[in-house]
Design a protein. Structure first.
Lengths: 663, 264
């Protein structure tokens, strides 16, 4: 006979204000098998746990039901308490009477009734609970960082610092990401390259860090502590081990009309190229879309001038496989394409640029050597209009519903830098709101307004129209003065919304991690687990999780590293015993479970069986790899013969709960 | 020969006879059959924004129903096109409204947006093809710098009309290239001409239409073309500009050797 203890928590007033907890404890005390039923103010507190432990010992309990908050909050707490009192931790059940009851109901009578029903269901289930033992699985002491921007670099450096090997996979020919393209950083106005490039060099020189540049993750298998990842090293047609980065090939390459993506297409590069002077690794890459040798076999200049014989036109994509214990996603962001915002004349007027393009126009290594000139006629602009929130905080499908967060600050930075360097230039900024929370951020914005006399105007720009004389008419509304404005501008700068990189979604599928509707990776808990994904062993770093500036990105990158290090420090991790298993006598080998398993945990084996007539038959049956299974239960639903069952959530347990609710 | 139902609309019978005549002649030359439905009525013009009132849909649905047997319904006037296409879009998404209209009109079954509506420009682009049009041009408008004026109604609301990018359209420019001219891109090409307020506030209408004309003129246009009778009237009469304004069908007919215009 089962001896079950029921413990009803008040959670202060969180539960007790809408649920009559004493009535719940009383009602559940009459359930079959219940030998003790108590309520307490905070069951998760030290003394609350003591209450549970003492009851287990005193009454010789064989099962425990806690009526409290969501099992996501405190299931582990009570399992540990039960274990310390000698009860198998998987004999504890939680009835969620807070999130699913007290918080969502107002009427005390009906909330109490519901809490009693939820408690009864848990009691019915715990009758059928079996003791489970968690297995252990070893941890591979190596981490993978996907993305080599400032987030990925910082995470890799921190993990390497702790003494673990880290691989960075970067899809571009160099690490550095967006920060490498930025001219100055807010709010201190120090040069981005000056603070980033030493970190890039440090990463390349660190004995624990391996950089796979121009590479992509093409497959991920396995689970926390034991991922197997296939990395595709794209053909760069240059032998990385031989190239010295002398740059002679890039000087001699006759194909000089390739849009330079590092300078946002504002100037050209050659078909064989090194993205920028401080690239890491400083190795040339041949662009097969433009290289005449690769396209039609006629040229070969780079091969002739290369003194070390690094050019290899026959190079193909290579795949390498590596095992990792932890994976950190740092895939970053991109500004959105502005092709749906033709009211700002971006596609038809070269003097309408995005903020990232302006960074390059103002950068000493940019197309104009750091002098701000209009792209159309290379003249000095005297009136510049900034338009904020282009595609951000947008209520239709053209743009993004969220605030891109960084634009207010970088626009203030641009405005200030232009006023500082070219005091004869008038600068207008059109904004919906100026959002500058952050250390020294609002002071920075005030300086732009008060010290540098940047004209901040609350209102949006309606239309940007290039005129015959080369000027640009900016029509806008000033919401505070309630008037229509026409500004005769020389340049317009659009603060384009930022969005996650396009590679993020296929990657999320490979990693079986969750994303939100905007394709940002979802953290395991928005407040308490901000750098972990809900999938064990996958961590999040930087703007792949949401819009972030550099200080915030670096902070999150180090936090993700700390979490990854915490995992890598362990020699083994405890597995979840609530996994599926197959009853081989019932399984007919139909493959239905294998098809629905998102983790690839199910395989088939031919096994010998004694048949009822004492003959021997070979049958194909499913078997579950308990280390890979995540216990999602999809197979138990798909199985037509009822052979698949989930430990801790068996079909009979679920049915017992349903029966108890419907009684 | 492909055959379409052709809905001229009231203005094309009065003020905008040229728009109509050249459209018909050109279609014939391009091998497109246009059949005018018998006893057609007003498109329902003024009522499009009254989305909840079935009475405002009846007129457009009658026209749409008349085209059920042909390959589609072709309109030329920007306003008629706007009204009919919007009604078609709304009714295909609003079953309750479709049933109400069915009862009003005593139809055997509800009309739910089966007819495909083409603007004449879409007919040229999607059915004839601008490349085929180019091949049939006998009198290319070489050296003519032509500014396309879209106005407010032709492209918007863009979801319902689904014709072109409302902020950076290209259909009329592609048309101009097909007939041998050089398109002039200018800022005001998709802005309102002020035609709707001519009776109320003539000064404002003059200001708006002048902004359109001078914007085109400043970019070096020799002439403006439009599909809208109201725009044409307003640009000609209220703008104070001497830049010639034509219906696009006039230039089409000229390029196809059906009439001599635009050379004065």
């Amino acid at each position: 006979m089962q001896r079950i203890g029921v413990f009803v928590c008040h959670c202060g007033t969180n539960i007790a204000a809408t649920v009559d907890v004493k009535a719940v404890a009383e009602a559940l005390s009459h359930e079959p098998g219940v030998v003790v039923s108590q309520d307490y103010q905070y069951m998760c507190s030290e003394s609350g746990q003591e209450l549970v432990k003492n009851a287990i010992k005193e009454h010789g309990l064989t099962g425990v039901v806690i009526c409290s908050c969501s099992p996501r909050m405190h299931e582990n707490t009570f399992r540990k308490a039960a274990a310390s009192a000698g009860l198998n931790p998987y004999l504890v059940e939680i009835a969620n009477i807070r999130e699913q009851c007290s918080w969502i109901h107002k009427d005390i009578a009906s909330a109490t009734d519901k809490a009693i029903i939820l408690g009864k269901a848990a009691v019915a289930k715990v009758h059928l609970n079996a003791p489970l033992t968690a297995g252990e699985s070893p941890v591979v002491k190596r981490a993978l960082v996907i993305g080599g921007g400032i987030a990925g670099i910082q995470t890799a450096l921190d993990i390497a610092e702790a003494g673990f090997d880290v691989d960075i996979v970067e899809k571009e020919p160099t690490i550095g990401g967006k920060m490498a393209q930025i001219d100055k950083t807010f709010p201190t106005l120090d040069c981005a390259a000056c603070i980033l490039t030493p970190k890039m060099v440090e990463a390349s020189q660190n004995e624990h860090i391996t950089i796979h540049s121009f590479s992509e993750v093409s497959d991920v298998k396995g689970f926390v502590g034991n991922f197997t990842v296939t990395i595709k090293k794209k053909a760069r047609y240059v032998d990385e081990t031989k190239c010295t980065g002398c740059g002679l090939c890039t000087e001699k390459c006759p194909m000089k009309k390739v849009p330079n993506e590092f300078n946002m297409g504002l100037d050209n590069r050659t078909a064989v190229y090194i993205p920028f002077a401080q690239a890491v690794p400083k190795v040339a890459t041949i662009d097969p879309n433009y290289c005449m040798m690769l396209k039609n076999g006629k040229c070969g200049v780079c091969s002739k001038v290369c003194s070390v014989g690094a050019i290899d036109y026959k190079q193909t994509d290579k795949f390498i496989e590596q095992k990792y214990g932890a994976i950190v996603v740092a895939t970053g962001f991109n500004p959105i394409k502005l092709d749906k915002y033709d009211e700002f004349a971006y596609s038809c007027c070269p003097d309408v640029v995005t903020s990232l393009e302006l960074e390059r126009l103002m950068n000493a290594a940019g197309p104009n050597g750091g002098t701000l000139l209009r792209p159309s006629d290379k003249t000095h602009p005297h009136t510049i209009v900034f338009v904020q929130c282009v595609g951000s905080r947008c209520d239709d499908e053209k743009g993004k519903p969220y605030c891109s967060k960084i634009c207010c600050m970088y626009t203030a930075k641009h405005a200030m830098l232009i006023r500082e360097k070219y005091p004869d230039t008038e600068v207008y900024v059109f904004y919906i709101d100026v959002r500058t929370p952050g250390k020294n951020f609002d002071e920075f914005y005030r300086r732009a307004v008060e010290q540098y006399n940047v004209h901040y105007i609350k209102g949006m720009v309606g239309k940007v129209t290039p005129k015959a004389d080369g000027k640009i008419d900016v029509q806008a509304s000033d919401l505070l003065a309630n008037e229509q404005l026409h500004i005769n501008a020389d340049m317009v700068v659009l603060a384009a919304a930022i969005e996650p990189d396009k590679t993020a979604r296929p990657l999320a599928t490979m990693l079986t991690t969750q994303m939100d509707t905007n394709d940002f990776f979802t953290e395991a808990h928005p407040k308490l687990r901000p750098v972990e994904s809900a999938t064990a062993g996958i961590f999040l770093s930087g703007a792949c999780q949401g819009p972030k500036d550099i200080p915030e990105t670096v902070a999150q990158a180090s936090a993700a590293a700390a979490k990854a290090i915490g995992l890598l420090c362990k020699n083994s991790i405890t597995c979840n015993p609530c996994v599926a298993h197959s009853d081989e006598l019932m399984c007919n080998g139909c493959s239905a479970c294998e098809k629905v398993c998102p983790y690839g945990a199910i395989t088939y084996q031919d096994k010998e069986f004694r048949m009822p007539d004492r003959s021997t038959a070979i049958r194909r049956v499913a078997s579950v790899n308990p280390a890979v299974c995540q216990g999602c239960g999809a197979c138990t639903v798909a199985c037509p013969s009822g052979a698949m069952d989930l430990n801790g959530f068996s079909n009979s347990q679920i049915m017992a709960e349903v029966d108890a609710i419907c009684k | 020969m492909q055959t379409f139902t052709y809905y001229p609309g009231c203005t094309l019978r009065t003020k905008a006879k040229d728009l109509d005549a050249y459209a018909r002649a050109s279609a014939e030359a391009l091998g497109i059959g246009l059949i005018e439905p018998e006893n057609w009525q007003c498109c329902g013009g003024a009522y499009t924004s009254a989305t909840n009132e079935p009475a405002t849909k009846l007129s457009a649905v009658r026209t749409l129903m008349a085209a059920k047997e042909t390959e589609g319904l072709v309109t030329v006037c920007s306003a008629c096109h706007n009204v009919i296409k919007q009604t078609n879009y709304d009714i295909s998404r609003n079953e309750a409204m479709a049933v109400k209209v069915q009862r009003y009109l005593e139809l055997d079954e509800a009309y739910t947006g089966e007819t495909k509506v083409y603007h004449y420009l879409e007919l040229l682009r999607d059915v004839v093809g601008f490349d085929n049009l180019k091949a049939k041009v006998v009198n290319p408008l070489k050296g003519k710098k032509i500014a396309a004026y879209y106005g407010c109604l032709l492209l918007r609301p863009s979801k319902a009309l689904a014709m072109d990018d409302p902020e950076n359209p290209s259909i009329m420019e592609d048309f101009i290239r097909a007939i041998g001219g050089t398109p002039v891109i200018y800022a005001q090409r998709n802005e309102c001409c002020g035609g709707y307020i001519t009776l109320e506030d003539k000064a404002q209408a003059a200001k708006r239409s002048n902004a359109v004309m001078s914007s085109a003129e400043s970019m070096g246009a020799d002439m403006i073309i439009t599909a809208c009778p109201l725009c044409l009237y307003n640009l000609k009469k209220n703008s104070g500009s001497s830049l010639p304004v034509y219906y696009f069908t006039e230039l089409l007919a000229e390029a196809l050797g059906l009439k001599e215009v635009g050379n004065e």
